[in-house]
Write a protein that binds this ligand. Structure first.
Ligand SMILES: Cc1cc2nc3c(=O)[nH]c(=O)nc-3n(C[C@H](O)[C@H](O)[C@H](O)COP(=O)(O)OP(=O)(O)OC[C@H]3O[C@@H](n4cnc5c(N)ncnc54)[C@H](O)[C@@H]3O)c2cc1C
Length: 466
């Protein structure tokens, strides 16, 4: 079974610059060898977070009793130029947002498994970043959730109480307050309820670049940027992978190209849909002051428009979201890979955002300094797809992370690498069962009939299916 990329599934040629790309160096366009290697044991498509996490664990967790595998990473543009290099930098485990849905869908044990997996990412990444001395502005912090709509605040309270009622140990890290104290605790002027829990923030591009540089420097991977994969054909028990720069023979292929995965694996086109999001950086002009922010936020305004926000060590704010505003304008974001064009109907939402949302910011003159868009891989049932591609021996997938990959991808990459290194089934990887890619999940998405997940992460659902 061969597969050729549909044209509209290759990353766009001219993405808008994101704030995180200000620190780009020559490694952005790195090619370990001037020509593509002729063959490789494992070929990874995509040099974002998923491709990098998988490459790291393939190399570092390899079984010393087995022969060393060669690993090649092919990236269509520069390194980390997809969603990872354009996101909000927020490492926020979901402790209760989607968990009630997953309890209904798959039971308490499966839902808790996913929550705990996300929570485990915070200490795992902190430890890894410290161990590898990665300069990526990592901060271990609290995330403050804010609900400024009365009805949404009451629903949040109910969810909190339901989860507490299950006596989940991890809920001990959640502080929740409904009522008049919410603005004073959260700093958000209109808050009707607020919560907080452990989370992190970082500069994703610097993190990925460091890991890739380290793998290249140790001779463990061959990285080829500006090398889009356009076709994969089986040949004997391996594959001929065609790229814009020639072909390479691969023993195994890992699809870590997230939003674009349906191009080379058409059976995923209904399960993982490219959808655009918006993000910006806000700064306070010199001579003006604003209150110091020390926590990250998930802020939902009175109209239920959701924003994710991190304060930066330089005093600026990175904030994005606003999907509630552009959701009706489907052509602007849904099944759309053009990260060279802003989402028109949301591009002014963050003008004056800090002033109208947070106490003490009214006279700050805070302004949007840079705004950009990025393409996510929205999953039909809102869970990522990890593991062996059904009915395609030798193909593996790690994709479909919605607007929420930071607390999911690192350990998913570790799990996928374990499948390949140790030849174990998905169930032995430590990756939550809800994330296993299966034929059943693909077919349910293709049928388009069933209820799908909260693809925008704002508590609403949207009629997917194609
Ligand atoms: C605006 C925005 C804000 C976000 N904010 C957050 C946040 O704050 N917290 C959070 O947890 N998540 C956030 N996300 C989501 C998060 O960024 C993603 O879930 C995560 O980065 C996905 O990583 P990835 O490696 O799977 O995908 P990507 O980073 O998109 O990497 C895929 C790579 O594959 C390459 N590629 C595609 N097709 C091919 C091909 N045919 N050949 C070769 N290479 C190919 C692409 O160029 C790309 O570099 C946000 C996303 C966006 C867009």
């Amino acid at each position: 079974m061969g597969s050729a990329a549909k044209h509209n599934y290759l990353p766009a040629a001219n993405p808008q610059p994101a704030f995180w790309g200000r620190d780009v160096d020559e490694f952005h366009n790195h090619r370990t060898t001037p020509e593509l290697p002729q063959e490789t044991d494992v070929l990874i498509i995509g040099a974002g977070y998923a491709g990098t996490a998988t490459a790291w664990h393939l190399v570092k967790d390899r079984n010393p009793s087995k022969a060393k595998q060669t690993v090649t990473v092919l990236e269509a543009r520069g390194i980390c130029s997809g969603a990872t290099g354009r996101n909000g930098g927020h490492l926020r485990p979901d402790l209760y947002g989607h968990i009630p849905t997953y309890i209904k869908r798959a039971g308490l044990e499966a839902a808790v498994e996913l929550a705990e997996f996300e929570i485990a990412h915070v200490p795992a990444l902190k430890q890894f970043i410290e161990q590898e001395k990665i300069d990526c502005d990592f901060v271990l912090s609290r995330c403050i959730d804010v609900w400024s709509n009365e009805e949404a605040a009451k629903n949040a309270l109910q969810t909190y109480e339901t989860l507490k009622g299950h006596s989940l140990a991890y809920m001990n890290d959640v502080f929740f307050k409904y009522g008049a104290d919410a603005p004073g605790i959260s700093g958000a002027k209109d808050a009707k309820a607020t919560a907080s829990y452990t989370a992190g923030m970082m500069w994703p591009y610097k993190f990925i670049r460091h890991v890739l540089k380290s793998l290249v420097a140790s001779g463990d991977i061959n990285l080829q940027t500006h090398c889009p994969v356009t076709d994969i054909k089986p040949e004997g028990d391996s594959f001929v992978v065609k790229t814009a720069r020639g072909s390479i023979k691969a023993g195994k292929v890992i699809h870590a190209n997230n939003a674009y995965v349906g191009g080379l694996l058409p059976e995923y086109a209904s399960s993982i849909v490219p959808c655009k999001g918006i993000c910006c950086r806000i700064t306070v002009p010199e001579g003006k002051v604003a209150p110091a922010m020390t926590t990250s936020y998930i802020e939902r305004d009175a109209d239920k428009t959701l924003s994710y926000l991190i304060p930066r060590p330089d005093g600026s704010i990175v904030v994005g979201g606003a999907s509630f505003l552009f959701k009706p304008n489907i052509h602007e974001w849904y099944d759309n890979i053009d990260d060279g064009v802003l989402i028109e109907s949301a591009k002014h939402y963050y003008d004056g955002y800090m002033q109208r949302t947070f106490a003490g910011w009214e006279d700050s003159d805070a302004k949007v300094d840079q705004i950009w868009t990025g393409v996510m891989g929205y999953s039909y049932d809102s869970n990522s797809h990890i593991g062996a591609v059904p009915d395609r021996p030798g193909h593996y997938v790690i994709a479909g992370f919605n607007g929420h990959g930071m607390p999911v991808i690192w350990l998913s990459g570790k799990g996928l690498a374990k499948m390949i290194n140790d030849d174990v089934p998905f169930e032995k990887t430590g990756v939550p069962r809800l994330l296993k890619t299966t034929k059943d999940r693909l077919e349910r998405a293709q049928s388009g009939k069933e209820e799908h997940g909260d693809i925008l992460g704002d508590g609403s659902v949207f009629p997917l299916g194609r």
